[in-house]
Design a protein around this ligand. Structure first.
Ligand code: FES
Ligand SMILES: [Fe+2]
Length: 381
């Protein structure tokens, strides 16, 4: 990390010395109705079924022959680790009359059997294997009645899924070389989940994500916490295709840079926030990686579920690191539950009370601008 982003560190130091920040060409206005409208919310959910979204982490399926079931954006999934080690996925929907095929949350199986009338399917190919009383059907073509397959691709330990079962994206094209290069040093494919918390909040998912990637608020909303550690309103944004990364200096970098001293890209001096469009982000720390995914609610535009996980390499994990991760979680949870989410809740309530006009994202708010520009490009508005 440190060598790779040295140019960013130099740029941040220049901005800190000059009291400036990197900026985009224009500011951006986003209709407030986008945070409360049911039509818009439905369009965003539909969009997410067509994009590669992260539905889990490889460490949740460590064993060959293992499976897990999960509902993502209302789509019931069975995700499997095949005998050969590869990942696969199916809709957890029986081809007989639509029952849930697998009800366990996770386990190891070669065959999934529907409990309603006993139709069974192979784990590795989803193929229909067994049909009890098959004389009573005119003809059931086993080749054509397998579980509906969905593609799941594993990169850096993240499981990316095509929930529509119809898209032909390529995961390497989707992520691109820069995201690859930024994630590679963390070795996340071998990481474990140290902590996994979910919060369902009465806030539109984009407001939660905006708040998590916002570089303009620490000093104001967190004056006694992160506002003391991170410089407000000096940042560098790097766009990586559909994704991007904001880099923020720590106050220690500000002190050094303003004193004309050398700084570098190490964690002592700067932090970063990698936005994986559409709804995830990765914050790296010296010990662990903080990984957020924010899911829109299925019915209510003003509701979402935020899942925060800490990922850590097993060989890095010892008592001291665990104590630091617990402490880091306490600080994060306190800031989120006492400061960020209550503020975001007022934004949601205000948007519902007065859904007219626009929200304004300044030239210095590039990470938030990126999210809304990409959504606008995908949804054609
Ligand atoms: S619905 Fe699954 S076997 Fe009938
Ligand atoms: Fe915050």
């Amino acid at each position: 990390m440190s060598l790779m982003n040295d140019d960013v560190a130099d740029l941040l130091a220049e901005h800190l010395r000059a009291g400036t920040t990197e900026m985009s060409d224009t500011d951006l206005r986003v209709p407030i109705s986008h945070f409360v409208s049911e039509e818009r919310a439905a369009a965003e959910r539909e969009l997410m079924t067509r994009l590669p979204v992260i539905i889990g982490h490889a460490s949740e399926l460590p064993l060959r022959g293992g499976f897990l079931t999960r509902e993502v954006l209302g789509v019931p999934l069975i995700v499997v680790r095949k005998a050969g080690g590869g990942i696969g996925g199916y809709l957890n929907i029986c081809r007989h009359r639509g029952g849930q095929v697998e009800s366990e949350a996770r386990g190891t199986k070669r065959i999934f059997s529907c409990r309603y009338h006993g139709w069974s399917y192979g784990r590795d190919d989803g193929r229909l294997r067994g049909v009890p009383y098959d004389d009573f059907y005119t003809h059931v073509d086993k080749e054509r009645h397998g579980l509906h397959a969905i593609r799941v691709e594993e990169r850096h330990g993240f499981l990316f899924a095509d929930l529509s079962g119809r898209q032909d994206w390529d995961i390497d094209d989707w992520l691109g070389p820069e995201v690859d290069a930024q994630l590679a040093p963390y070795g996340l494919d071998g990481a474990e989940i140290f902590l996994d918390r979910s919060f369902t909040l009465d806030i539109n998912w984009k407001i939660v994500l905006d708040g998590a990637i916002d570089v303009l608020h620490p000093m104001f909303l967190h004056p006694h916490g992160v506002g003391k550690l991170i410089e407000t309103n000096t940042s560098v944004w790097r766009r990586y295709g559909r994704h991007g990364q904001s880099f923020s200096p720590r106050t220690r970098m500000g002190e050094k840079a303003r004193a004309g001293e050398e700084v570098d890209a190490s964690f002592r001096y700067m932090g970063s926030n990698l936005v994986l469009y559409p709804n995830s982000m990765v914050i790296s720390t010296p010990d662990h990686v903080e990984f957020w995914t924010v899911w829109p609610d299925l019915h209510t535009p003003g509701r979402s579920t935020t899942q925060i996980r800490f990922l850590v390499r097993p060989e890095k994990r010892d008592e001291r690191v665990e104590a630091r991760m617990h402490r880091s979680w306490e600080i994060l949870e306190q800031a989120a539950t006492d400061e960020d989410w209550p503020m975001e809740r007022t934004i949601q309530r205000n948007a519902e009370a007065h859904p007219h006009g626009t929200f304004l994202y300044g030239r210095n708010e590039q990470s938030c601008q990126h999210l809304h520009r990409e959504l606008a490009a995908d949804l054609g508005d």
